[in-house]
Design a protein around this ligand. Structure first.
Ligand code: TYM
Length: 710
């Protein structure tokens, strides 16, 4: 599907598909390359536009928007004494424009932004229009003046230049034309000629400023949308004269499902989703049991069912469901690239890792090198801050719903410990006993007790005692309450409904909870531990399932007050590092679950339990018989033992050796399982020893509200 170009403005934009309209012109120029959407709101000034931003650019928007053109000011520039309803003071207008741009940037992360300053006002035509419309009641006094519009145009240009957005100054540009009055019908809105002028000016500036979007028309007939036109930008489907027998039959095959690889071997074929973003379903429902079955040796199908609210990301053939409370893979496993697209996060690429190494003087962790932490938000800003010697803090957490952690839970904690060592920075760890009380069938006291127990496992990961503050929400809530309220005030029910899928039967506790998980992202929540630092950057490592909380958090951040004492607004957005899911023993299509003991290895498991579980339940990508395995080798993608080694075998060379031997048939499943068992037994034994040394007093110390050392 083509991406989009959004026109956002007032009545001038709303009418931009009328005769010779500039919107229609853009639609013609970008036909089959971009869908031009009209988001013009007649009569709106920037204040009203800002109020409805969440409706116009909702949180779960696509990353396929290429350009948003923001065209306001004609109504803001109404004179205060003549039209106080629409008038917006010029400085507020400038700030509103910036806020609108920021909102658009947050929602449409790949999109360019172009500002358009209001056109001039023709006084004589304006008064004539007034007379025609109000007859005897016409006041004969202008409610907008050309000088006034000029001030707003200048402000638009000023803020655009300061914030480095390109801008089209219509007020100045039009008045350079001798006959500019002919551009305006009622002295304010555009005639067909005026529309034509704006359309051409827009295409000019787009071509000049965003060369990747430029469309060069066919030299012969000037058409923008045939095979003689050209653009760096992909067209939607082939031009008719590019369709020959071969491409047509290939296309048919693809549509009939025969064109892609994939087969039984767990390839990555994904349905033709066309990059569309599916909004959250907004339903609270029981998930169907998810089961993975295979004919491979030593497989066992898993089946788990859970109750969850879900916002979903789906492809047309398979369905990946990822919420903070449930994660279910599609037919082809979790489609992480699609999650990046849908969530609008950034992939972690080699360039970023090289910068990480340069700035920290540490080789990136193997989980970064192996793509296990695969996505981020604003990591480069954290690196910039570190480079400048600015302090930041780490924040992660655990929902204490069971006595002990499984290996999947260890991923963010072990990784966070590594980050703490690399950056030598303070860390806060939230134990959401309140969340588990609200979502699980557990009493409050039990959740609180589990938080304390889980804290021991977390401490056993080796965090620095003088730099780490662990807190239970039940204990620490009052310290965060003002921050929670600030967040709650700025997030609507519609927003959390859209992000988390709440509905009318969701408890109000659940609806309010996201603000509690958001609050630790702001240093103002830690007056004592972070020593009164009211705006410190924050980096959150977690699996991708927690991202919905932090999308919401990042959305409110610029509107947050820095601390209780000041009215100054604008907290840093938390940065994030997202990991993939450590798969269940039963294979890549499921997430580990504390309630299914055979889906996971727990840090409390004995050596014998580990051996039994791996031998009995670890899904094998190997062949059915030894002969076949020797001949064809194993499918590493679906093989649990190999995949788990990718997480827990730090030695790159050894991992590579195993991968080569196993995938070519030189190794058998049993041999790889044996290696995995040894690795897991060593890790859990080490963890159990470390945990045995964690006394209650140590937990109290980690959980005491005290200034951290940084
Ligand atoms: P919880 O207890 O479900 O999970 C704790 C952490 O473990 C991650 N995780 C996994 N990572 C990899 N593979 C898996 N199979 C797997 N299962 C869970 C989770 O993403 C999480 O990072 N609401 C949260 C607690 C929380 C939190 C936070 C988490 C509060 N504040 C800030 C991360 C960051 C929860 O219930 O996590």
């Amino acid at each position: 599907m083509p991406g989009s170009l959004i026109l956002f403005g007032d009545s001038i934009t709303q009418a931009s598909f009328s005769e010779c309209g500039f919107g229609a012109h853009l639609s013609n120029v970008f036909a089959r390359r971009l869908d031009v959407l009209n988001r013009g709101f007649s009569g709106y000034n920037t204040r009203w536009a800002k109020t409805y931003l969440n409706e116009i650019f909702p949180i779960c928007q696509s990353t396929t928007t290429e350009l948003v053109i923001i065209f306001f000011g004609a109504n803001d520039a109404s004179l205060l004494d003549q039209n106080p309803r629409q008038h917006v003071p010029v400085n507020e207008y400038g700030q509103n424009l910036l806020d609108i741009c920021q909102h658009v940037k947050d929602r449409h992360t790949n999109s360019h932004i172009l500002l358009v300053a209001p056109p001039p006002i023709d006084h004589a035509k304006r008064l004539a229009f007034q007379k025609q419309r109000y007859k005897e009641q016409a006041t004969g006094v202008l409610e907008r003046t050309n000088e006034g519009a000029g001030l707003y145009a200048a402000k638009c240009v000023e803020v655009a230049l300061a914030a480095q957005y390109p801008v089209l100054d219509l007020w100045t540009l039009m008045q350079k034309e001798k006959d500019w009055s002919s551009f305006l019908s009622d002295g304010l809105h555009l005639t067909a000629e005026g529309n034509r002028f704006v359309g051409h000016a827009l295409v000019n500036i787009i071509n000049k400023t965003f060369s990747n979007l430029a469309v060069i028309p066919d030299k012969l007939n000037g058409a923008f949308h045939n095979s003689g036109s050209s653009s760096n930008f992909a067209k939607f489907l082939p031009w008719h004269d590019e369709i020959d027998e071969k491409s047509y039959s290939e296309y048919q095959q693809l549509m009939n499902g025969g064109g892609h690889s994939g087969g039984h071997s767990g390839g990555h074929s994904v349905g033709h989703s066309g990059g569309e973003v599916e909004q959250s379903e907004g339903v609270e429902r029981k998930e169907d049991s998810s089961s993975s079955s295979s004919s491979s040796s030593s497989s066992s199908s898993s089946s788990s069912s859970s109750s969850s609210s879900s916002s979903t990301s789906s492809t047309s053939t398979s369905r990946t469901v990822v919420t903070p409370w449930d994660a279910k893979a599609g037919d082809e496993g979790f489609d992480y690239m699609k999650l990046i697209n849908d969530y609008g996060s950034q992939p972690i690429n080699d360039e970023l890792l090289a910068r990480f190494e340069k700035v920290t003087q540490h080789q990136p962790h193997e989980w970064l090198r192996r793509g296990i932490f695969f996505s981020h938000r604003d990591l480069h800003l954290i690196l910039d801050a570190h480079e400048k010697g600015e302090k930041f803090y780490l924040y992660t957490g655990r929902g204490p719903s069971s006595e002990s952690l499984h290996m999947g839970h260890l991923i963010p904690f072990r990784f966070t410990k590594w980050l703490q060592d690399v950056f030598d920075c303070p860390l806060v760890i939230q134990l959401t006993d309140d969340e588990k009380f609200l979502w699980k069938d557990l009493g409050l006291a039990e959740c609180h007790r589990l938080a304390f127990e889980n804290a021991k496992d977390i401490i056993a990961c080796g965090f620095k005692p003088d730099k780490t503050f662990i807190f239970s929400d039940l204990d620490y809530y009052s310290e965060m309450y003002t921050t929670i309220l600030e967040i709650e005030k700025r997030v609507t029910f519609n927003q959390v409904k859209g992000i988390f899928g709440f509905n009318g039967s969701s408890s109000i506790g659940k609806v309010a909870f996201p603000a509690v998980q958001a609050a630790p992202s702001f240093s103002r929540s830690f007056q004592i531990p972070l020593k009164g630092n009211s705006n410190m950057r924050c980096l959150i490592p977690c699996a991708i399932d927690q991202d919905p909380y932090f999308r919401m958090t990042r959305d409110v951040a610029p509107r947050m007050k820095l601390c209780k004492a000041t009215k100054k607004k604008g907290c840093y957005k938390p940065a994030l590092l997202h990991s993939v899911f450590f798969p269940a023993l039963q294979g890549p299509n499921s997430k580990m679950s504390s309630s299914n003991k055979n889906s996971a290895i727990f840090v409390t498991d004995t050596k014998k339990e580990i051996k039994n579980k791996v031998n009995k339940h670890a899904f094998s990508g190997g062949q059915d018989t030894m002969e076949l395995q020797r001949e064809h080798g194993a499918n590493l993608i679906v093989d649990t033992s190999y995949q788990w080694l990718r997480f827990f075998l730090p030695d790159d060379d050894k991992l590579k050796e195993i991968g080569n031997a196993y995938s070519t048939g030189a190794m058998l499943t049993g041999e790889v399982k044996k290696i995995l068992i040894d690795v897991l037994q060593e890790i859990t034994a080490g963890h159990q020893q470390a945990r045995a040394k964690v006394s209650d007093d140590m937990v109290h110390e980690f959980m005491s509200v005290r200034p951290l050392n940084f």
